[in-house]
Design a protein around this ligand. Structure first.
Ligand code: IVH
Length: 669
């Protein structure tokens, strides 16, 4: 830690510098150097300093990240140079035609293009004066957008102060705000539970999150900004689009690593094909390739038409669609009792993946799309792994097909369903479907991670009355488990050991495991850091909760309601009686160890510690714990009675360690 001075201004400057640095490591480079906890500590110290000495606040202070006071309305944002749109090219012929036009205008061949993925997000402009972020706005109609400066300030990958030696006095950066798929699914899951309108896709979710009058709401959604250009590259002394992107990277922006200089339509086509293949594996959505003439001088020669430049074109990817038959509309009951209609489809291949089910979200969605049993439907994977039913092919509708109607009763327990806006909910807290879903969540990877406790087993446990709530899991004996279908001695004692081992966990995992509506793993982490103990959280008031940056009034209310329900407190009490032990967050900085960055998998029975402990220790030493053996696995730790994983690891040449060797490595670590 740097020496602490008494002068609040000096210390605040120092803290800002440190926080900017760590922010860049985390949000732009994806490579943090300190723990989240240490980061929070720096942030808290700065917040307190600024609160005590408001005069030392600066415009680029990272404390702006948490979002300020809500606005009444957005002010207009005038773009000094208009934000243009782009012509589309739908196929190879249209790319050829674009290339020919460019050659004709420039009266030369041998053009170099800078090709970049086309983000499916929301265009924004950021203005920097004296190296500091001062204003930012949406694209709007290209000349006037909305001033969303406060909201943009909460986006971690947007530098509040530019980095590097030669920072320009004035800079207008253009780019795209996107929401990663993972965050989109988390957000929609949360909204489903709350009965709120779902976002149709990550782009709408990004736009909805940025155009919020309350910056705290934006701060609670993980948005990412990618820079793809500047308003005046020549003024920056840049000769090419490619180098401009590199410069933006040096100034502290996140730029797309998947950009490529292409020297022919052939090369452009190859790039586009490669990207299409990798499209599903990218964490964000793209819908094409942007092809830009690389040379800035050539760009200027080509100039612009009315609304789009002559030097760029967007090659759009074809959507991945297929048609199939909707066999029926099933109903799924989730852990909060929400009943979701699900499309049961005649299995069909869409973009290389076989699809047989797709969520239909809620009854309004089904009615809006007018989906009926027996319909031929269009199924689409919009670059996403999660399939979507686009709509019916009306002409192929069988005669007499009836519109969908939601039943009045829960399909599992028969209780009357309650309706809150678009959401139907089974309010019977002992509904077997709800109990099963809650236990499944409790045991899931990001919660208590009880290996081997899958849906089928949970189904049997609940059906036989062996488990009514999560605390009953810890009462199960090996014999109880042996009595289940398909269970042998080894598997039942493994599962028994895994359940017992899960009693020791972190506060953050436990809070997540409770399944409080709206509280996902991120909020659970924030709560664990703030309260450091379960009792403090259980007694926290709504004000105390909303004082935490990413926790808004609705989530606070949901947390209060959860802990005010006597049955929830009773379950927690019983868990404590069964020996629940919660460990606090680790203060340890990230160290380099013999296991740092390696993937590790465990098989067989360990004798000196529970499997979960071994995993936790490997993780603490910087390893990534995985469940299956593959070519990329670095280490397999084989305990007693290992299974087929050991054979597979041998055949792939994966490094294999005994339990003792693993312990030795841990000691060295
Ligand atoms: S450059 C005139 N680069 O596409 C060219 N735009 O039709 C200025 N977009 O809404 C834009 N990815 O936000 C450029 N790598 C990329 C892009 C990109 C997505 C969006 C842009 C705008 C639309 C233009």
């Amino acid at each position: 830690m740097d020496p602490v001075t008494d002068d609040p201004k000096v210390r605040a400057d120092e803290l800002r510098r440190l926080i900017h640095h760590h922010n860049h490591r985390y949000y732009v480079l994806d490579s943090p150097e300190i723990t989240d906890h240490e980061y929070d500590r720096l942030m808290r110290e700065l917040m307190e300093l600024e609160e005590r000495n408001p005069e030392i606040r600066t415009i680029d202070s990272p404390t702006r990240r948490v979002g300020g006071e809500p606005l009444k309305e957005f002010r207009p944002f005038l773009h000094r140079t208009p934000l243009l749109s782009m012509d589309n090219a739908m196929d190879r012929g249209e790319v050829d035609a674009f290339h020919e036009r460019v050659c004709r205008w420039l009266q030369k061949d041998g053009i170099t293009y800078c090709c970049e993925p086309k983000f499916d997000g929301l265009a924004v402009e950021l203005v920097y004066e004296g190296g500091r972020f001062v204003r930012g706005g949406t694209r709007g109609d290209g000349s006037t957008g909305e001033d969303v400066t406060l909201n943009l300030g909460t986006v971690g990958s947007i530098p509040l102060a530019l980095r590097g030696e030669s920072v320009p006095d004035f800079l207008e950066v253009r780019g795209e705000v996107v929401m990663f798929r993972k965050e989109f699914h988390r957000l929609n899951k949360e909204r489903l539970e709350l009965g709120e309108q779902l976002f149709a896709n990550p782009r709408n979710a990004a736009a909805g999150s940025l155009r919020q009058l309350d910056p705290k709401v934006t701060a609670s959604r993980a948005l990412v900004f990618f820079a793809y250009g500047v308003s005046d590259a020549a003024q920056l002394g840049m000769y090419s689009q490619y180098d401009t992107l590199s410069l933006l990277g040096e100034l502290g922006f996140r730029v797309n690593p998947d950009r490529r200089r292409c020297r022919s339509v052939e090369e452009i086509w190859a790039f586009s094909r490669e990207l299409q293949e990798r499209r599903d594996a990218l964490p964000y959505e793209i819908d094409g390739v942007v092809i830009k003439v690389d040379s800035i001088v050539d760009q200027e020669t080509l100039g612009v038409k009315s609304r789009s430049p002559r030097w760029a074109v967007a090659l759009k990817f074809p959507p991945v669609q297929a048609t199939t038959v909707l066999r029926g509309i099933g109903l799924q009951v989730g852990r909060t009792g929400v009943v979701t209609p699900v499309a049961l489809l005649e299995p069909v291949k869409v973009g290389g993946v076989t699809v047989s089910r797709a969520t239909l979200h809620n009854v309004d969605e089904v009615l809006r799309k007018d989906l009926r049993e027996g319909d031929t439907v269009i199924v689409q994977r919009a670059g996403d792994v999660i399939p979507e039913v686009v709509g019916p092919v009306r002409a192929a509708r069988p005669e007499g097909a009836l519109p969908f109607a939601m039943p009045d009763n829960c399909p599992v327990c028969g209780s009357t369903l309650s309706r809150e806006s678009a959401q139907h909910r089974c309010v019977n807290i002992s509904c077997p479907a709800v109990v099963r879903a809650r236990i499944f969540h409790f045991a899931s990877k990001e919660a208590l991670d009880i290996e081997g406790l899958g849906r089928k087993i949970i189904h049997q446990l609940v059906e036989r009355g062996l488990v009514r709530d999560v605390s009953d899991l810890y009462r199960l004996t090996r014999d109880d488990l042996m009595s289940l279908e398909g269970f042998a001695e080894i598997s039942s004692s493994n599962l028994h050991a895994a359940i017992q081992a899960s009693r020791t966990t972190t506060l953050e995992r436990f809070i997540h495991a409770l399944g409080i509506p709206q509280v996902g793993i991120v909020a659970a982490r924030d709560l664990a850091r703030r309260f450091r103990g379960l009792d403090a959280l259980m007694h926290a008031g709504e004000d105390e909760l909303t004082a935490i940056p990413r926790i808004g009034p609705e989530m606070a209310r949901s947390i209060r309601t959860f802990f005010e329900a006597p049955e929830n407190c009773q379950v927690i009490q019983r868990l404590k009686e069964h020996g629940l032990t919660l460990q606090g967050p680790s203060d340890q900085p990230i160290r380099q160890t013999a296991l740092t960055g390696l993937s590790i998998c465990f098989t067989g029975t360990l004798t000196s510690m529970a499997r979960n402990d071994a995993k936790a220790r490997a993780q603490a030493a910087g390893a990534r714990v995985v469940d299956s053996v593959g070519r990329k696995l670095d280490i397999l730790v084989a305990g007693a009675d290992p299974g087929s994983k050991l054979d597979k690891a041998r055949s792939l040449g994966v490094r294999i360690l005994t339990e003792e060797e693993f312990l030795m490595l841990l000691k060295e670590a």
